[in-house]
Design a protein around this ligand. Structure first.
Ligand code: NI
Ligand code: MN
Length: 228
């Protein structure tokens, strides 16, 4: 599995020949101003949305215009919101694995909130657990640490967890370390930091803190890829 980090919480997963974009947020980020970022993408098959906040859904329509066959996977309320805009969606909720061509996917609990910028209710916030033949991946979405994370590894050992680490709206470094213990996850890709002034972190310090607990915190530059 190929995981490319773009910005904030936006990552692209390549699983065999399927391309999954998570929480697309480019337009509000200074480095992407006046950049035709869509041209970096040859194909997108799925867009996974963890919750309805602007910094997770703002570029959905841009991508769905460019890639007609894209399928949005999210909770029922978010799916409904985009379905009304003429986009193909697949609405789910907590409670089971669903099979897709890239593997099995489960929408899992997150301790956060979820509302669109226009005030539309965005359902319960969540994360995704992906079980694929290239390994298992947990994308927590915006959340604090929570006991429910203990359940995640009981479904299967994780190769990678994508966790927010910037604090204020989500877990900070300390909570993300607690979360990775609950998850029994040794390899963490940190997201949701440094985008705004109020979620700035000390990257070296963060990596050191994870290292001291026997974990690896991966922080990627924009557009950089890891293979798991
Ligand atoms: Ni949020
Ligand atoms: Mn957020």
């Amino acid at each position: 599995m190929k995981v490319t980090f773009f910005s904030h919480s936006t990552c692209l997963l390549e699983i065999h020949d399927k391309y999954l974009l998570i929480d697309p947020f480019f337009s509000g980020i200074p480095v992407f101003h006046n950049v035709n970022f869509i041209k970096f993408f040859k194909k997108i098959d799925y867009i996974l949305l963890t919750h309805a906040h602007y910094d997770h859904v703002c570029d959905v329509e841009l991508f769905s215009c460019k890639f007609d066959n894209v399928l949005i996977i999210s909770n029922y309320e978010i799916s409904n919101y985009f379905h009304k805009k003429g986009i193909k969606t697949y609405g789910i909720n907590y409670g089971s694995f669903i099979s897709f061509p890239f593997g099995k996917l489960k929408y899992v609990w997150a301790a956060h909130s979820s509302v669109f910028n226009d005030g539309t209710y965005g359902g319960n916030p969540g994360g995704f657990l992906l079980h694929t033949d290239e390994g298992n991946l947990y994308i927590s979405g915006d959340t604090s640490v929570m006991y429910e994370m203990n359940l995640i590894p009981s479904f299967g050992k994780l190769k990678l967890s994508i966790l927010p680490i910037g604090g204020k709206y989500t877990m900070d470094i300390e909570e993300a370390i607690m979360a990775s213990d609950f998850l029994k996850s040794e390899k963490i890709l940190g997201v949701h930091y440094d985008t705004f002034e109020d979620i700035k972190i000390d990257r070296e310090q963060a990596k050191k803190k994870f290292f001291e607990k026997g974990k690896e915190l991966i922080l990627l530059e924009k557009g950089k890829t890891i293979y798991i």
